[in-house]
Design a protein around this ligand. Structure first.
Ligand SMILES: NC(=O)c1ccc[n+]([C@@H]2O[C@H](COP(=O)([O-])OP(=O)(O)OC[C@H]3O[C@@H](n4cnc5c(N)ncnc54)[C@H](O)[C@@H]3O)[C@@H](O)[C@H]2O)c1
Length: 345
């Protein structure tokens, strides 16, 4: 008898990373379905409209009904409110779109025979510990988003022990590239920098710009997620995924400006303006990828400069995008960035 193909569900499939993961899975001839509520994703990212369903995972009944019908074998869970720096001011969204939405998905999926969950967590679980972060560190998140991701990881481990499905937890960081949401003023620093330049405006740097991050191109991250998902060596493991090349935000800003204008042609009015550091922002955050190298042989290939160039060329073809602000936050705070309060971005 012919073996039935595994049914794969990608949540957040209209989003940045989710749409790349979806397309790669499809190109590998998998039977793949996608859901997204389009709160941060776009239909332009959805290549396969027939297998796409607009679904808000916060809606428990609708999510249960969708899962009961599809009965996915494997889920790549990417749907999220991933605005880490804003999560102190919008904790309800950080909890509802992360922990609650995930539980609404996981429970019916278990009931209907889930075999494997690929949970997209985040480097935020490490908080402000010694860099480079390695997977053995005990999570010490510094923000509500990190708390939500930590809880989702723990929930996955416990439910897997009780109900017997396999899991892979991936912790990517600072992913950038084509299809990133350029309209979000609260996250995606590479996208914000480029979109400001497309609007012929300078961008802002919080603090002294000496914060360090390792920016990871989507063409490195999405394939690694899929390799990890299908490798038996990664079952019930946690893997950091991304670049090993930490740079300061000052350096990132130079690379973006040089690739946008040409190295000797940066007009003075586009030099970044400095703003006070953001509350709870971790200064040094980058990870070790030894586990991923050992288990799936990942090697990061896209250098920052060529990755930024590739993203600028995609963003130019899309054109300047409006920045979209929330109407209100759960908690207003005197010290929330003035770039947000005064809608300067
Ligand atoms: N981009 C990064 O640097 C990065 C780093 C670490 C982890 N992650 C994680 O990777 C995943 C994807 O992030 P991304 O950068 O592609 O963000 P994204 O915002 O582009 O994608 C998330 C998608 O989830 C959708 N979504 C949000 N709430 C939903 C809900 N209630 N129901 C259904 N869909 C919903 C959004 O519409 C969006 O399309 C997230 O889980 C994020 O936490 C991203």
């Amino acid at each position: 008898m012919k073996k039935r193909k595994a049914k794969i569900l990608v949540t957040g499939s209209a989003g940045f990373i989710g749409s790349h993961v979806y397309d790669l899975l499809k190109s590998q001839e998998h039977e793949v379905y996608g859901v997204d509520d389009l709160s941060g994703g776009f239909m332009r990212n959805v290549s396969d409209k027939k297998r796409f369903t607009k679904l808000d995972l916060r809606d428990r009944d609708k999510t249960a009904a969708y899962i009961a019908k599809l009965k996915p074998d494997i889920i790549f869970h990417l749907a999220a409110d991933a605005t880490e720096g804003r999560s102190q001011f919008t904790p309800f969204s950080a909890i509802d779109r992360n922990i609650i939405a995930y539980t609404n998905l996981l429970v019916p999926a278990i009931k209907h025979g889930l075999k494997k969950m690929i949970l997209t967590s985040s480097m935020s679980v490490y908080g402000a510990q010694q860099t480079p972060f390695h997977e053995d560190l005990i999570p010490q998140p510094e923000d509500i988003y990190g708390i939500a991701k930590t809880a989702m990881e723990q929930e996955t481990k416990i439910m897997s022990k009780v109900y017997g499905f396999k899991y892979v937890i991936v912790r990517p960081h600072n992913v950038y590239g084509p299809r990133q949401n350029l309209s979000d003023p609260y996250r995606n620093v590479v996208g914000i920098f480029i979109n400001r330049l497309l609007h012929s405006k300078n961008f802002y740097i919080y603090g002294d710009g000496k914060q360090k991050r390792a920016f990871s191109h989507i063409n490195d991250v999405a394939p690694a997620m899929i390799r990890a998902a299908f490798s038996s060596k990664c079952e019930d493991k946690i893997l950091n995924l991304g670049s090993d090349n930490p740079v300061t935000l000052n350096k990132l800003s130079r690379v973006v400006l040089e690739e946008f204008f040409g190295s000797d042609k940066i007009p003075a009015k586009f030099l970044p303006k400095k703003f006070p550091a953001r509350l709870q922002e971790v200064k040094y955050a980058f990870s070790s990828h030894k586990v991923a190298e050992r288990l799936i042989g990942t090697k990061v290939k896209v250098p920052l400069r060529s990755g930024v160039k590739d993203m600028i060329s995609w963003a130019r073809s899309l054109g300047p995008q409006p920045f979209v602000y929330l109407v209100s936050m759960d908690l207003e705070h005197d010290l929330s960035p003035s770039t947000w309060k005064a809608k300067l971005i």
